[in-house]
Design a protein around this ligand. Structure first.
Ligand code: ASP
Length: 315
């Protein structure tokens, strides 16, 4: 793995944004800045003493209206490693269950004057709505099928560290692209960073604009990396025409299909994984090919970098 050389001292890095709502809104330069600062946090997180006091005295509210393991915990860990206090809120424990509207909930939270606000919600545009109400920086942790910017950034960091670059890489995105905010954020990011992308999966899970293929051999050939996606049943209007067994037979990433890609091609998956549905259980655990746990590690560093950058002007 090659760490990217630091171009600008970390103390001088900045991005011209108050919020992190989408990859679409970021420039190539912003993305490089976030990745460069993330490199610094990867190194810091591997040291014995991992915490610092950068965000001491600040309170981050983590509002998750959809389930999450990785994103919620890594935002919490990132904030705590930077010395902030974290309040976690889920729909189950909130007054949304008593009929309070989303907007009233946001107004209530704003009145408490949090310093940072992380939101995941099932409706597209929720983070934008929050940014119009909250006075502090808002970070989008996934809004419906639209965007999941910190996931795309951590994927980019994982790839950049593995290959030493992003420009010119060939990435295949495989599976349910239609319902995947991870795919949508990555498609924006890859375009901005000069990564060549092929989408592969069943036509019923492929957005028209993706120009994808159903043919796994054609989709995976020449790939340096394959990003495998879960079937997002919870977002489907009607059931998939394939059973899970049929899906695995036709579109599951197996060792034979991995061989269509370049020799040594690596595998990414944002999680949660459904083993033996979209990916063969064994290759998901192959330490030579799978970067899945590295992605999780990179997620903490990327989120630390984002929290750091968005609070720089206020510190
Ligand atoms: N964890 C990712 C997301 O929240 C991917 C997934 O759920 O399949 O979008």
């Amino acid at each position: 793995m090659n760490a990217q050389p630091q171009r600008t001292p970390v103390s001088k890095l900045s991005i011209p944004h108050k919020h992190l709502l989408s990859i679409e809104a970021l420039s190539r330069e912003d993305i490089n800045t976030i990745l460069d600062l993330s490199e610094y946090y990867v190194v810091q997180n591997r040291r014995k003493s991992q915490t610092n006091a950068l965000l001491k005295g600040l309170v981050l509210v983590n509002l998750f209206l959809e389930n999450s393991t990785r994103t919620r915990l890594s935002f919490e860990m990132a904030a705590k490693r930077l010395g902030a206090d974290v309040i976690n809120m889920t729909v189950e424990g909130s007054s949304i269950k008593k009929g309070e509207s989303f907007i009233d909930t946001l107004k209530t939270l704003n009145a408490m004057r949090p310093d940072l606000f992380v939101i995941r919600a099932g409706e597209e545009g929720s983070a934008e709505k929050a940014s119009n109400i909250l006075e502090c920086p808002v970070l989008n942790a996934g809004d419906g099928t639209r965007e999941h910017p910190t996931q795309a950034l951590l994927d980019a960091l994982t790839l950049r560290r593995h290959f030493g670059r992003l420009e010119g890489l060939n990435v295949a995105i495989c599976g349910d692209i239609l319902h995947s905010r991870v795919a949508h954020s990555n498609l924006h990011l890859f375009k901005k960073m000069g990564v060549n992308v092929k989408c592969v999966g069943p036509t019923e899970l492929m957005p028209l604009a993706a120009g994808g293929t159903q043919d796994m051999k054609a989709g995976l050939s020449g790939a340096d990396a394959i990003m495998v996606l879960r079937i997002q049943k919870e977002r489907m209007q009607k059931a998939l025409s394939l059973t899970e067994v049929q899906y695995f037979k036709t579109f599951g990433l197996t060792a034979e299909r991995l061989a269509f890609a370049k020799e040594g091609a690596v595998i990414l998956h944002p999680g949660p994984m459904n083993r033996d549905v979209e990916i063969d259980a064994e290759i998901a655990d192959d330490p030579k090919r799978s970067l899945i746990t590295t992605q999780v590690e990179m997620g903490v560093a990327v989120r630390m970098a984002c929290l750091d950058l968005l609070t720089r002007s206020a510190r």
